[in-house]
Design a protein around this ligand. Structure first.
Ligand code: DHB
Ligand code: FE
Length: 295
């Protein structure tokens, strides 16, 4: 049976991709963010996930304002990146897992989510930058992905409650999926940031702390705010926290915090990286380490 090994959550600022391309990871500006990653990579190396469901938002590479699905699920065998206009190199394509994609789509539609099914989908920095951070030497990454894009761009946006429910429906699909695979969940974007308008540069550590403190143990608390309130608290683009909320839902009922790093600013963003573990994966690991070793 497929297993959920845990989840990682990260900001996806495009300039991080630029810093990778220019080898600036140890530069004093960048190192507080990049130093968050060796423990995450170590954790991934131990968990050895084979598939990744990644909740993100597209920033105009694939969907533009003329056509904006609320929830879009990739169902392709591979996903290409393309020139996004941030001066980033084009990242390698990511491998897909259509079988898992369709299992997720079936479950979501059964649970009355009217999703857009994408047998062709370009992935932008919200997927490629986190993958380059998680698997920097592997080019391409050794994992098959199911990208799920949530509209955090053009209002009306889905509510936080709806996003948590979407994630929980994905958790149901994963629990039913009868395959010998190990899934990691990813949520990208945030934390607080606003890129334009009167409040450009706005960040809110207090709200970010509230989100990080409750993500594992009580994600419902993050659904108390309307999307407009989240925009007020986190900034116009800080509403990308919806991707984290959906990803948390996909991890199942119980999760605990494994690690977190929070650093202000990276570009215009309060940058954060978190790893959460599922109770089931933790219990399995405890059993494994407790087992006597025979020569
Ligand atoms: C920035 C952050 C984002 O999440 C994004 O998609 C684009 C830019 C930034 O802080 O520069
Ligand atoms: Fe973004």
């Amino acid at each position: 049976m497929a297993e959920i090994v845990g989840g990682f959550f990260t900001s996806h600022v495009p300039a991080i991709g630029g810093a990778i391309a220019r080898g600036l990871q140890q530069d004093p500006y960048w190192s507080p963010f990049f130093d968050a990653w060796p423990p995450v990579r170590q954790w991934l190396a131990e968990k050895q996930p084979t598939t990744m469901v990644v909740f993100y938002n597209d920033h105009g590479l694939n969907f533009f304002l003329d056509k904006m699905p609320t929830f879009a699920v990739g169902a392709a065998a591979s996903y290409d990146n393309a020139d996004e206009g941030w001066g980033l190199p084009v990242f390698p394509s990511a491998q897909g897992n259509p079988e898992l994609s369709w299992a997720i789509i079936e479950q979501l539609v059964e649970d009355e989510f009217d999703v857009t099914m994408c047998q062709k989908l370009f992935i932008d920095h919200a997927v490629t930058v986190p993958m380059a951070l998680a698997w920097p030497e592997m080019n391409p990454a050794p994992i098959k992905i199911v990208p799920i894009a949530i509209n955090t761009v053009q209002h009306p946006l889905p509510s936080a409650k709806r996003c948590l429910a979407l994630g929980r429906s994905v958790a149901k699909a994963l629990a039913k999926w009868d395959a010998d695979e190990r899934n990691v969940i990813a949520g990208t974007g945030g934390l607080s940031h606003q890129l334009d308008g009167e409040r450009a540069g706005f960040m809110n550590p207090e709200y970010d702390m509230f989100c990080m403190d409750n993500l594992a143990s009580n994600p419902e608390l993050l659904t108390q705010h309307s999307v407009h309130k989240i925009v007020e608290l986190a900034g116009t683009q800080g509403v990308e926290i919806l991707n984290w909320i959906a990803a948390r839902g996909a991890m199942g009922a119980k999760a605990s915090e494994f690690s977190r790093v929070y650093h202000i600013p990276i570009s215009n963003t309060a940058a954060a990286v978190m790893v959460l573990e599922t109770e089931a994966a933790k219990a399995a690991q405890a059993k494994e380490t407790a087992q006597p070793v025979h020569a």
